[in-house]
Write a protein that binds this ligand. Structure first.
Ligand SMILES: Cc1cc2nc3c(=O)[nH]c(=O)nc-3n(C[C@H](O)[C@H](O)[C@H](O)COP(=O)(O)OP(=O)(O)OC[C@H]3O[C@@H](n4cnc5c(N)ncnc54)[C@H](O)[C@@H]3O)c2cc1C
Length: 415
C-alpha cells in the first residue's frame, strides 16, 4: 500500500474499479470526476421523452469477463444483473431468416458436430478454419486471417468482431480479438453467458460503486474537473482541480483514468491512440410487445443488436461513423423500419424514441492505434494510467476498462 493518498482522475468504470480496489486494499483515495455523475461512457439516465431510464448505449458483458464480475461482487451488485443462458438468437432483417446458436454449458461444445446445432449453412470446416484468429500477430486484421466471405463469416464473425472491437473487420486488430475468443468461447458456454443489467448500466456498474466508496469514507469529488497537472523532474507535484491547487505529498500517487484525449491535454508527454469510432443507439418506447427475446443479433441491415428491457426496445450500431453523421430523425425512421416487423409492430407508426450518438465511443481498434496504447506504469514516477484505451491486452470494453483500473490499483498498492 502506498503510504500517501491515491488521486484517481476520472469516474468512468476504470476509475471506479481502481478506486474501489484501492479502498479494498486499505488505501486512502480521492476520486475526481468532471461530470456531476460518475459512469462516463457507461451510464443510465431518465429520459423525459420516453419517461424511462435508458442507457447511453446497450452494453453486453459476458460471464467470462472475470474483472467485471469481480468488480460487481466487490460493490455488492451481483444481484442487479441477470446472467442469461449462452444461447444467441439472430434474425436477418432483409430475408426474415431466423436462427439461434446454443453454446450450452460444457467446456467443449461437442453438440456443434451435428449440423442441426450449427449456424444454418455453416460447415464444421468453417469453425476449424477460424482457429487462425488464435495465431494473430500485431499487424493482422480480422480479414487477413479469415476469408472475408462465406456463410460463417457473414453470419457470425462480422457481428461478433464489430461488436467487440467497434471497428470494421477489414481494419480491426485480430490480435485484440484473440483474448476475447480465449476467455469466452475457449472456456465453453459457461463463460459466454450474457450478463445484463436488470435496470440499467448505472444501477449495476456505477451507483453501487459510489455507495461503496461513500460507505468507506472516500473523498468523492463529483463535478470537479482536473484543469492541469504540474510535472517537475518526472514527478507530479500538484493538480489544479477547478482552480484549487492540490500539492502532492511524498508517497502520493495519481491514477489517470481519463479518456485518451483528456489525458493527453493534461499530460502532453504521453503518446495515446488518437482515432475513434462511433456507436449509435436508438431507444424506442414500444409498449407491450409479444417479442420477449432479451437480445437478438440482427443481420441484413445496419442495426446490429436489438435489446428488449421492459417496454423499451434498444438498438445498437457499432463502427457507426457513417450513421452518426446522419440526422437523428432519419436514423430513427430507418432503424424502426428494420425492427418493427421483428417486434410485430407497425413500421409506419414510429413510437417515442431517442437516438444517442457517441462519436468517441471507443478508440479505433486498428493495429496502428493498438500499437499506441501505453502501459499503466509511466516514466512519471507517481503517475499510473488506466482506461479502456490503455494496453490491457483486451479490447476497449467494460472488461478492459475494469481490468485497467484493477491493474492501476495493484501497482499503486505495491508501491
Ligand atoms: C454507446 C456505447 C456502447 C458500448 N457498448 C459496450 C458493450 O456492449 N460492452 C462493453 O464491454 N463495452 C461497451 N462500450 C465501451 C465501454 O463503455 C467503455 O469501454 C468504458 O465505459 C470505458 O470506461 P473508462 O472508465 O475507461 O472511460 P470513460 O467512461 O470515458 O471515463 C472517463 C471519465 O473521465 C472523466 N473526465 C474527463 N476529463 C476529466 C478531467 N479533466 N477531470 C476529471 N474527470 C475527467 C469523464 O467525465 C469520464 O467520466 C460501449 C461504449 C459506448 C459509448
Amino acid at each position: 500500500m502506498s503510504k500517501g493518498r491515491v488521486y484517481v482522475l476520472g469516474g468512468g468504470v476504470a476509475g471506479l474499479a481502481a478506486a474501489t480496489a484501492l479502498v479494498e486494499g486499505g488505501q486512502e483515495v480521492t476520486l475526481i470526476e468532471a461530470a456531476p455523475h460518475a459512469g462516463g461512457r457507461c451510464r443510465s439516465f431518465f429520459d423525459k421523452q420516453l419517461q424511462s431510464n435508458i442507457d447511453n448505449g446497450n452494453h453486453l458483458v459476458l460471464s467470462g469477463n472475470t474483472h467485471a464480475m469481480r468488480y460487481l461482487a466487490r460493490i455488492d451488485a451481483l444481484d442487479t444483473v441477470e446472467v442469461l443462458p449462452a444461447c444467441f438468437s439472430y434474425k436477418n432483417i432483409a430475408t426474415g431468416e431466423a436462427w439461434s446458436i446454443d453454446l450450452g454449458t460444457r467446456r467443449y461444445p461437442w453438440h456443434l458436430l451435428w449440423s442441426k446445432y450449427r449456424i444454418p449453412g455453416t460447415r464444421l470446416i468453417d469453425y476449424w478454419r477460424s482457429r487462425h484468429i488464435l495465431s494473430a500477430k500485431g499487424s493482422d486484421t480480422i480479414t487477413d486471417l479469415l476469408s472475408a466471405s462465406g456463410v460463417f463469416y457473414e453470419k457470425f464473425w462480422v457481428s461478433f468482431a464489430v461488436s467487440v472491437l467497434n471497428t470494421s473487420p477489414d481494419e480491426a486488430s485480430a490480435a485484440l480479438l484473440m483474448p476475447v475468443v480465449r476467455e469466452t468461447f475457449g472456456k465453453g458456454g459457461a463463460a459466454c453467458r450474457p450478463v445484463l443489467a436488470k435496470q440499467g448500466l448505472g444501477f449495476s456498474f456505477v451507483d453501487p460503486a459510489i455507495e461503496y466508496l461513500k460507505g468507506c469514507g472516500v473523498d468523492l469529488q463529483l463535478g470537479k474537473r482536473c484543469r492541469s497537472i504540474d510535472v517537475v523532474d518526472n514527478q507530479i507535484i500538484s493538480l489544479d482541480i477547478d482552480g484549487e491547487k492540490i500539492s502532492l505529498e511524498d508517497g502520493d500517487i495519481v491514477i489517470s483514468a481519463l479518456p485518451p484525449s483528456n489525458a493527453n491535454d493534461l499530460l502532453p508527454m504521453l503518446t495515446v491512440p488518437n482515432e475513434y469510432r462511433s456507436i449509435v443507439n436508438g431507444h424506442f418506447k414500444i409498449g407491450p410487445s409479444t417479442y420477449k427475446t432479451p437480445i437478438t443479433g440482427l443481420l441484413g441491415g445496419f442495426p446490429e443488436w436489438l435489446f428488449i428491457r421492459g417496454d423499451i426496445a434498444s438498438v445498437t450500431i457499432s463502427a457507426a461513423d457513417a450513421s452518426a453523421d446522419e440526422a437523428s430523425d432519419k436514423l430513427a425512421h430507418s432503424i424502426w423500419q428494420g425492427i418493427a416487423p421483428i417486434l410485430g409492430l407497425n413500421s409506419d407508426q414510429l413510437p417515442p424514441h431517442r437516438i444517442i450518438k457517441e462519436k468517441r465511443a471507443t478508440i479505433a481498434q486498428t493495429p496502428r492505434m493498438v500499437s499506441l496504447r501505453p502501459k499503466s506504469a509511466t516514466n512519471i514516477s507517481n503517475l499510473l494510467l488506466a482506461g479502456d484505451w490503455t494496453d490491457t491486452g483486451l479490447p476497449a470494453t467494460i472488461e478492459g476498462a475494469i481490468q485497467s483500473g484493477h491493474e492501476g490499483a495493484r501497482l499503486a498498492l505495491n508501491r
